[in-house]
Write a protein that binds this ligand. Sequence first.
Ligand SMILES: Nc1ncnc2c1ncn2[C@@H]1O[C@H](COP(=O)(O)OP(=O)(O)OP(=O)(O)O)[C@@H](O)[C@H]1O
Ligand SMILES: [Mg+2]
Length: 260
Amino acid sequence: MAFAAIATHEEPRVVLSARGLTKHFGAFAAVKQVDLDVQHARVHALIGPNGAGKTTVFNLLTKFLQPTGGSITLLGTDITSTPPDKVARMGLVRSFQISAVFPHLSVLDNVRVALQRPNGLSTQFWLPLSSLDRLNARADELIETVGLKRERNALAADLSYGRKRVLEIATTLALDPKVLLLDEPMAGMGQEDIGTVANIIREVAKTRAVLMVEHNLSVVADICHHVTVLQRGEILAEGDYATVSQDERVRLAYMGSEET
Ligand SMILES: Nc1ncnc2c1ncn2[C@@H]1O[C@H](COP(=O)(O)OP(=O)(O)OP(=O)(O)O)[C@@H](O)[C@H]1O
Ligand SMILES: [Mg+2]
């Protein structure tokens, strides 16, 4: 696949970290004492059986949920008490926040609209599309990055499911996140689109951090540098894929609950 600018890998360093992250829903502890270090220029997978607490961890990191305990640091700043819109402006962006693809707009217009948002939360009034022409060069660059050049002028509604998800990723990248959180980006996709999205993630992670929840373990094995395994809200294992996949406790946790 062609990428607009072939980025070279930058040096890894911790950009997002959690210490003792804990979330109770009433008496139920959905996330317990989770420590996490997410690095620049790395793809980090968060995996685990259904109900392990993966999405809750994402909601805590993006501050959509306030933690019951523990702390979160983004780019050296403690964000434990920072509101979600500010966290998004600081560069921590979760894909679903801006995943609204407008079906009756073209691929290009969807990306241009995304480019003029100040953050992922789209609270401002939008400008008329005609005033967005200055964004064309950057929009075309993003469209090329995700391989949607041929569909540039197609209506989003006419794209296949997989291509729509790719367009969502392009609108997320329009915010130029420093840390990108993806919750099951390949869910429901066919093999070909999975390959495309894997390539996009690998490419965009050369210049930013990616933390992704993914059930497809061959994708995790293929593109993730680091894997954290959650079970019942706690970290069960972590390391590279080869290490965690050999771990007997991980094998047991996955037995009978693996989806793919
Ligand atoms: N708002 C809530 N109130 C009460 N319980 C919740 C809430 N959100 C999540 N939970 C519970 O917390 C646990 C973890 O849920 P979570 O959605 O984080 O799991 P997950 O690892 O993302 O699962 P899946 O793989 O199915 O997406 C589950 O038992 C869930 O029922
Ligand atoms: Mg989930």
